[in-house]
Design a protein around this ligand. Sequence first.
Ligand SMILES: Nc1nc2c(ncn2[C@@H]2O[C@@H]3COP(=O)(O)O[C@H]4[C@@H](O)[C@H](n5cnc6c(=O)[nH]c(N)nc65)O[C@@H]4COP(=O)(O)O[C@H]3[C@H]2O)c(=O)[nH]1
Length: 747
Amino acid sequence: MSDPPDNPGPATAADDIPILLVNDDPGALFALRTVLADLGVEIVTAASGEQALLRLLRQDFSLILMDVKMTGLDGFETARLVRSRPRSCETPIIFLTSHRATDLDRSEGCAVGAADYLFMPVAPEVIRAKVLSFTHKARSRQGLRPRGPVQESGGELWPSGRDTSLEDAFSTGAASPTPCIPGLDHPDAARLVLEHAGDYVALLSGRGAWLYASPSYQRAFGADIMPGASYFDIVHPDDRRRVAEALTHAPSDDAHVRLQYRITGPTERYLETDANAVRTASGEVGQLVIVSRDVTERKQMEAHVVQQSFHDSLTGLPNRLLLMDRLTQATAHRERPDTPLAVLFMDLDHFKEVNDTLGHAAGDRLLQDVAERVSSCVREADTVARVGGDEFVVLLVDLRELADAAVVANKIIAAVSASCQIEGSELHVTPSIGLAIFPSDGADPDTLLRNADVAMYHAKHDGGGRYAFFAAEMQEAASRRLALGTALQRAIRADEFLMYYQPKICTASGSICGFESLIRWPQADGSWIPPSQFIPVAEQTGRIEPIGAWAIRQVSAQLHRWRELGIDNIPIAVNVSALQFQRENVARSLADAVEEVGVPPSLLEVELTESGVMSNPSQAIATLHEIHSLGMTIAIDDFGTGYSSLAYLKRFPIDKLKIDASFVRDMVTDPNGAAIVRAIIGLAHVLNMTVIAEGVETAEQSAFLVAHGCEELQGFYFSDAVSNVDALALLGRGPYTVPGAPPRRPS
Ligand SMILES: Nc1nc2c(ncn2[C@@H]2O[C@@H]3COP(=O)(O)O[C@H]4[C@@H](O)[C@H](n5cnc6c(=O)[nH]c(N)nc65)O[C@@H]4COP(=O)(O)O[C@H]3[C@H]2O)c(=O)[nH]1
């Protein structure tokens, strides 16, 4: 390689087109020159943008490596002038800049036609590779370009409109080029370049022994780097073979092989390495140039992002996304199709009550606890995922036989049902589990999950704390529920419901002391869909609100019509579902409905189920007081079927307890049933409440209830629920004879 003369003569042969290094920092120019010294490329230097343009007037270059920030003409401005000149408009320019370069710098560089950007500090190998790549390209283009000396002047050098004052400025004041000191072996040069390289740079023998390590490598791995020692000693044992194999395939051209691996040490750290091989004449790897950087933080960040995207943040379990992926893998690549694969869909019974009574923090703690318990019941290869609030899915992949799925389900039920201490409270929760088996219950992940969910619904419906295998009939039932939900939507829009009224009989007088409104849904074929079927579906599908609002309006309108007929002392009870009751504005909507038709609120009785009120007693107490303060009567329906807290019962403004029909049915035959009924009546009276019994079908039942002090009776023995017209007729008839009640004197 020869230094360029200050006053170069005719352009060099195209085979040997020099490159131009432009930098106003002599130290940087020196370092660059040194790095590129042994590439066999002629190097010309310029200490400013102006000097670079001057050089371009005299000769062509295969590549310009130019600093962006220079005093005088900066890199971008110089590039613009280079580009505006037809002779050099295609000369590739690589900008060298610091890591602090802003995106604005980058876009400006692109605008002026930067071929590449190198951010300092940069590994010498990278610069060398780039330079080689561009000079190769220039060589291959050489035949296409007109050769010959560069003309010093004339319109073809710069197009018209150029800044001639600039041209004049650098063509006269030509600063002398930086003196050139050749040789990579210059100790200062090597130190200057390599000490400032941010990456770790090393030269290894073909067998991986250290030949050279940059100071940065030495700082990081100190004692491990010894002459003759193997580079692979710093590579994690599990990654050594892979790294060694990859390095034997390292390319020797301007490409490189990139690999990531762990390094030895007390903590897990990762290197990312670009490797080039220097091959012998026979093609063997003679030496390896490796440029590495520590990417541990990046890997940790990536791992964190993956963890976040595929795992549930509360329990750390796989989320639905990861579950679906595992399920897809498991069903698509079944290695042993003869071994069953089971999907367990699990939901906690009454989880909402834990959340409502103990708060969300306790609920979260419980979910974490459940996650651990379920995970402890399955094998490593199985997957436990959390797919919703209190919903978990277990994918069992390694079952010997189908019955094992039931064994695991039982194990999970036992583990989850064991009591646990959460924030000072002892909790008992039970799970309901549905099982679906691949492929008989579903050949794809979606169907399997859906059917396991359907089976879970059945397990819950049967009382919870149990499992159920999916059966085709369940799907039919689920489809029926779905169809019912859709039909309900249509019925709401088409106003297809009717309100019926069942009388309540006063045991003392035998007269009707009120009605319970009961919704009816007539069908085109003359049949009815009972509310016990469609009200739960309406609750599950979010359609209970419009139905509940309709019922309240209907009852208010009925009360209004009767008042117009002079009947103003017969209250009507309306059923308010648990979901409706939990809405913030339930008292307001009740008040609005009666106000709208001018009916006194005292004529409206509100029937709430025991479980609806007790699921969140602290919230219920406020709502109950609100309703009560409006002047409405409050009755607790189905009393005895749920779990009432006596402490709350005392504090609730409840007027009436309604004994559930199941107790009424059993009480005359079952001593326990009788005891329960007596206890409810006694409790109500102690708490100053009235008692009503529903489902009274026989004279015997009536007599028992009357004998124990029950004030009101309701049931088929007296009357079924009837239309509003028939209800009016019932009001017109005389009092009922109430079995067990003392005979009345004729009035
Ligand atoms: N075996 C027997 N049954 C008797 C007897 N007397 C009355 N019944 C039935 O027992 C149920 C009593 O209503 P509920 O406990 O409030 O239970 C109601 C109530 O929870 C709900 N429901 C009915 N109408 C409405 C409504 O408008 N809104 C809401 N949210 N729920 C309603 O649907 C449930 C069932 O209502 P229905 O099918 O009308 O069934 C009614 C009624 O027809 C009897 O002597 N023997």
